[in-house]
Design a binder for this molecule. Structure first.
Ligand SMILES: CC(C)(COP(=O)(O)OP(=O)(O)OC[C@H]1O[C@@H](n2cnc3c(N)ncnc32)[C@H](O)[C@@H]1OP(=O)(O)O)[C@@H](O)C(=O)NCCC(=O)NCCS
Length: 215
């Protein structure tokens, strides 16, 4: 699923099951030493997918530590992103010669809990969701909006090192499978106020992606 919404310069791997905990590097084990079973499984398989994706761009298996605010620390010369939700895990990576940042996010194709939408979307964005729902009611457009914003953050944070609030990007979803995110805060590390992304709905899951190529 995830490869369908990524450009060819991004390598990816995904899993609908879980990898054994032995696939972790010893340096990674302390990161989940006190975690509950669900968290252990998603972390292990996320790292496993990341190493499979890295192998596809010629990078040998290495530990992927947790950096500032939880962002994965990718091997030198690479950028990437990890996502997991119940029953699905994925990673996407690229060489820094090809891209500046990659962000991916996966969610169940289920409506957001009612109280969440007003906290992540502006009145204008909520209005657009109504129009999209009238066109196709099987797609949970509110979840796509949420996922798109998570992908925005996963591109934004590794480049800027800064928090970005849900109100600081305006996402415009196209029914054709793309979206545009207009950033309302500037940062020279991003170098643009417009991020272009893609989305897909498949087998009960939603995935979104943003891949920033090197200019
Ligand atoms: C960090 C965050 C984006 C993760 O998204 P999520 O949907 O909760 O969870 P996912 O499973 O898709 O992604 C989790 C993975 O994201 C990665 N991640 C965590 N923090 C990150 C960060 N600051 N930057 C980039 N990637 C990060 C990690 O790889 C993590 O998995 P791991 O801990 O097993 O390594 C989310 O929890 C968050 O903090 N959001 C608030 C900020 C935001 O989204 N702002 C909106 C801007 S428009």
């Amino acid at each position: 699923m995830i490869s369908e919404i990524l450009p060819t310069w991004v390598a990816s791997a995904e899993s609908f099951g879980d990898a054994p905990e032995e696939t972790l590097f010893p340096e990674e084990r302390p990161l989940i030493a006190r975690a509950v079973d669900r968290r252990r499984r998603e972390f292990v398989t996320g790292r496993h997918c990341a190493r499979l994706a890295l192998a596809r761009i010629g990078v040998a298996p290495v530990p992927i530590p947790r950096g500032e605010r939880g962002a994965p620390v990718w091997p030198a010369g690479t950028v990437g992103s990890i996502t997991h939700c119940s029953g699905y895990r994925a990673a996407a990576v690229a060489s820094t010669e090809a891209g500046r940042a990659v962000g991916i996010d996966a969610e169940p194709n289920e409506p957001l809990p009612e109280a969440v939408l007003p906290t992540i979307a502006s009145p204008g964005e909520i209005g657009s969701l109504r129009t999209l729902s009238e066109a196709d009611s099987k797609v949970c457009w509110d979840r796509i909006l949420f996922s798109a914003k998570e992908s925005v953050y996963k591109v934004w944070f590794p480049l800027t090192g800064r928090w970005l609030d849900f109100s600081e990007a305006v996402v415009d979803i196209e029914p054709s499978g793309t979206f545009r995110a207009r950033l309302l805060v500037a940062d020279p590390a991003i170098g643009t106020d417009l991020l272009r992304g893609r989305w897909i709905v498949s087998d009960g899951y939603i995935a979104t992606s943003i891949a920033l190529p090197r200019p």
